[in-house]
Ligand binder design. Structure first.
Ligand SMILES: C[S@@+](CC[C@H](N)C(=O)[O-])C[C@H]1O[C@@H](n2cnc3c(N)ncnc32)[C@H](O)[C@@H]1O
Length: 275
């Protein structure tokens, strides 16, 4: 990072109207878009922020995409989790470097990508996906972003309930699937006591069923919230919210797992003399 652009890497090109294009650099290749043709060799060896001109004279500025830019442009099978929610998931589920995270379903892999970055090489992300075509898409997206699937990410084909037979232990569970309550009995033993479960759910009906199931399974500190991000238009002549926003994506429910078995008897309160 910070180095000049090289063949094989991905760049984000911005036109004069702020439209973004994601292009992979290749020596000798010409990239065509509605503004004209751009020989990609113009970018090789240049630094981020450089301005290049298509044959038509249209200017384009080149940057390396952020992970959030990549996620919004990458090929999708299932609906992805949006960047506004990804950030909140990392913070509220307290995903830390070195954490062991269980994820399901993998879908297109947007959550897998940010979890992998957050836990880093000392951590582990195990992600289950029941639909093989989605797993393949997620794998292609991880390979496209990282060059190859990071060694600490395990994309498993199958139902997340299969984790029950593995004997594995996790610090965090992150679920983006329609019926978390149906998989909870199978995966809960794999989440260590004190571990955090985070569920991303599009409707209030799913949220209620999930929270009730979590409470029945001994989870505590359940919190449910949504993330509203309103972007603003800022120019010399006007400063106001943008006319459009992504109003609803999903709700986040976060809860902590209790100890394996509840305490047998409550402790006897001490008398006034301390015995
Ligand atoms: C909305 S998508 C997940 C999108 C993903 N979080 C992303 O950002 O790209 C939900 C996925 O869960 C998968 N799924 C549903 N139930 C599952 C289960 N029990 N185990 C594993 N995957 C499951 C579905 O096949 C689907 O691909």
């Amino acid at each position: 990072m910070g180095a000049p652009f090289e063949p094989g890497e991905r760049v984000m090109l911005l036109d004069a109207r702020g439209r973004r294009y994601m292009v992979r650099l290749e020596r000798g290749r010409t990239w065509h878009y509605h503004g004209g043709a751009l020989p990609l060799d113009l970018l090789l060896g240049e630094e981020e922020g450089t301005v290049v001109y298509a044959a038509s004279g249209a200017a384009l500025v080149a940057y390396r995409p952020r992970l959030a830019d990549f996620i919004l442009k990458m090929p999708r099978g299932a609906q992805v989790v949006y960047p506004k929610d990804l950030g909140a998931i990392l913070v509220y589920a307290d995903v830390f470097p070195g954490a062991r995270v269980l994820e399901a379903g993998t879908g297109s892999g947007s959550l897998t990508l940010v979890l992998a970055r957050a836990v880093g090489p000392e951590g582990r992300v195990v992600s289950y996906e029941v639909r093989p075509e989605f797993r393949d898409k997620a794998m292609a997206n991880l390979e496209s972003f990282h060059g190859k699937v990071p060694a600490w990410v395990d994309l498993r084909a199958g139902d997340v309930r299969e984790v029950a037979g593995t004997g594995e232990a996790y610090d965090r569970v992150v679920l983006d699937l329609p019926e978390p309550w149906a998989v909870l009995p199978a995966l809960s033993p794999a989440l260590r006591p004190g571990g955090i479960l985070c569920a991303y759910l599009p409707t209030t009906i799913q949220v209620q069923q999930t929270v009730l199931a979590l409470e029945a399974a001994g989870y505590r500190l359940a919190e449910t919230f949504e993330v509203l991000v309103r972007s603003w238009h800022v120019t010399e002549r006007s400063v106001r919210p943008d006319h459009r926003m992504v109003a609803h994506t999903g709700f986040l429910t976060v809860a902590r797992r209790g100890a394996e078995a509840p305490p047998a008897d409550p402790p006897t309160p001490l008398g006034p003399d301390g015995v």
